[in-house]
Design a protein around this ligand. Structure first.
Ligand code: B12
Length: 284
C-alpha cells in the first residue's frame, strides 16, 4: 500500500474527529481495517471510506460481525477477536448466532480466500488458533442449569484434522441440557469404543465430518459402536455430508447440515424410536 493511499491512526482520529484510542479500539475490534507497517498501523483511504459509510448505515446488532472477527483472526489477535464477540453479545446476539453466523462464516471465508491464494497456510493457522480460543471462552455460555438429560459423545473420524466443528456442535448440544463430551479430531474407532464403554447414560453419538475423504473412517466408527451398542443412536453432520447417500454410506440414524440441525436431530432422536432415520438437510 503506497503511503499516500493510507493514513496513520492519528490522522484517522483527526479525520473522524475522535480520540486516537477510539480509533485504536475500532481497529482491535475489527470495525476498521488496518495493516501494521513496521511498528505503525496504517489505514487505507478506501477502508476509511468503507468504515464511514458502514457506520452511518448499519445498526449495531446487524454490524458485519463475521467480517470483523475474520480480520482479527487473520491478524492472530485473540484479544481483539474476543472484543468483537463481546460487542456482538452486548448488541443482543446469542452465543449460537456467534457460532453459526459469525465464527463459521468467518472460517468459511478464510477457506475460500485460501483456495484463491489470497491467504496462505500461516494466515489460516493463526486464524484457527484464535478461533479455538474464542470457542474456549464462549463455550461455557452454552451450559444450561438443572438436571442433565443424559450424555452425548461427539467425535470426528480418523484422518479428519479439522477440529472446530465438533467443539461447536458439542457446545450447542450442551445448551439443550445434555452433558457433552468431545473426543475431537482424528479419533480412531477403538478410542471411540472405549469411551462408549466407559460412559453411563449415553443418549447418542454425534459425528462431525469435514474432510470428505474421512467418510470411510467415519463408517468404521459407526460399525465399531454398533458391535457393542447396537441400539445407541448415531447422528452425523458436517461439510462432508451432503446427501442421503452419504448418510446411508455411513449407516447413521440421522444427519444434518447446519449447527441448528444438530439441535433438531438430538431432540428427535431422544424423543423416541419412531423419530429415527431422519435427515434435516437445509441450505448450508
Ligand atoms: C481451518 C481449516 C483447516 C485446518 C484445520 C485446523 C483445525 N485445528 O481445525 C487444517 C490446516 C488442518 C486443514 C487441513 C486440510 N484441509 Co481444511 N479447512 C479449514 C477451513 C479453512 C476451516 C474449517 C473450519 O474450522 N470451519 C468452521 C466449522 C465450524 O465449519 P464446518 O466444519 O463446515 O461445520 C459447520 C457445519 O458443517 C455444521 N456441522 C459440523 N458438524 C456437524 C455435525 C452435525 C450433527 C450437524 C447437524 C451439523 C454439523 O455446523 C458447523 C457450523 O456451521 C475450511 C474452509 C471451510 N469452508 O470450512 C477448510 C476445508 C474444510 N479444508 C479442506 C481441505 C481440502 C483440507 C486438506 C485436505 C488440505 C490439504 N490439501 O492438505 C487438509 C485435510 C487435513 C485432514 N486430514 O483432515 C476443504 C474440505 C473439502 C472437503 N469437504 O473434503 C475445505 C472446505 C477448504 C476448501 N474450500 O477446499 N484445514
Amino acid at each position: 500500500m503506497a503511503p499516500q493511499d493510507s493514513l496513520s491512526l492519528h490522522q484517522v482520529a483527526e479525520a473522524l474527529d475522535v480520540h486516537y484510542m477510539t480509533v485504536y479500539r475500532y481497529v482491535r475490534m475489527g470495525r476498521l481495517s488496518a495493516i501494521k507497517s513496521g511498528s505503525q498501523w496504517r489505514v487505507a483511504l478506501s477502508d476509511l471510506e468503507t468504515f464511514k459509510n458502514r457506520e452511518r448505515t448499519v445498526g449495531d446488532i446487524d454490524a458485519p460481525w463475521a467480517e470483523r472477527l475474520e480480520a482479527r483472526m487473520i491478524a492472530g489477535d485473540a484479544g481483539g477477536a474476543w472484543l468483537v464477540v463481546e460487542a456482538a453479545l452486548a448488541a443482543g446476539r446469542t452465543p449460537l448466532f456467534i457460532y453459526s453466523d459469525v465464527l463459521a462464516p468467518a472460517m468459511s471465508s478464510i477457506g475460500h480466500r485460501w483456495e484463491r491464494g489470497e491467504l496462505d497456510v500461516a494466515d489460516e493457522h493463526l486464524a484457527t488458533a484464535v478461533a479455538l480460543r474464542v470457542v474456549g471462552r464462549l463455550g461455557p455460555r452454552f451450559s444450561r442449569r438443572g438436571r442433565t438429560r443424559g450424555r452425548v459423545l461427539c467425535a470426528m473420524p480418523e484422518g479428519d484434522q479439522h477440529s472446530l466443528s465438533s467443539v461447536m456442535v458439542a457446545d450447542v448440544i450442551r445448551s439443550l441440557g445434555f452433558e457433552t463430551l468431545d473426543l475431537g479430531a482424528n479419533t480412531p474407532p477403538p478410542a471411540l469404543v472405549k469411551a462408549v464403554e466407559r460412559l453411563d447414560g449415553l443418549e447418542a453419538i454425534c459425528l462431525s465430518i469435514t474432510n470428505h475423504s474421512a467418510l470411510d473412517s467415519a463408517r468404521a466408527m459407526v460399525d465399531a459402536v454398533r458391535e457393542i451398542e447396537p441400539d445407541l443412536s448415531i447422528i452425523a453432520g458436517g461439510r462432508a455430508i451432503r446427501s442421503d447417500e452419504d448418510a446411508d454410506r455411513l449407516g447413521v440414524d440421522g444427519w444434518g447440515v447446519k449447527l441448528t440441525d444438530a439441535i433438531d436431530l438430538v431432540e428427535a432422536i431422544t424423543a423416541g424410536p419412531s423419530q429415527a432415520a431422519i435427515s434435516v438437510p437445509g441450505p448450508a
